[in-house]
Design a protein around this ligand. Sequence first.
Ligand SMILES: [Zn+2]
Ligand SMILES: [Zn+2]
Length: 131
Amino acid sequence: MEHRRGATVVTGRRQAALAEASDPGPEAGVAQVLRVVRRLEGAACAGCGLPLCGHDAVVSLVLGLEQAPRCTRCVAGTLDQTPELLRGDLLRRIAGRKCHGAAWDWAQGRAPRGGEARCACGAIPGAGARD
Ligand SMILES: [Zn+2]
Ligand SMILES: [Zn+2]
């Protein structure tokens, strides 16, 4: 009997740990992510000093550069990639993640629209995270 009770306790603890580790909920996750990218947008790039656009903010967030955010060009440069390659890779990464996908959609909504217009970072507004 002691054995069985012990197992139950362990299972209970494990479930508690899992609940703690997971997001407080998709909506809360989205709100938190949007709060971060709103804060990062307009901040000076740690590399070139230019103000970050919404896409740059999402790039910095996804790559964990919140403390020293960088624009897409500077991040790509440090990774020895082109901004296009980096953006494509990033979009594949965030496509399955609701909060990061929502952040990209938010950035797309901030970008200039119409015709062949591109954002300052080179992203093409309208190219979604979930295509
Ligand atoms: Zn930069
Ligand atoms: Zn941009």
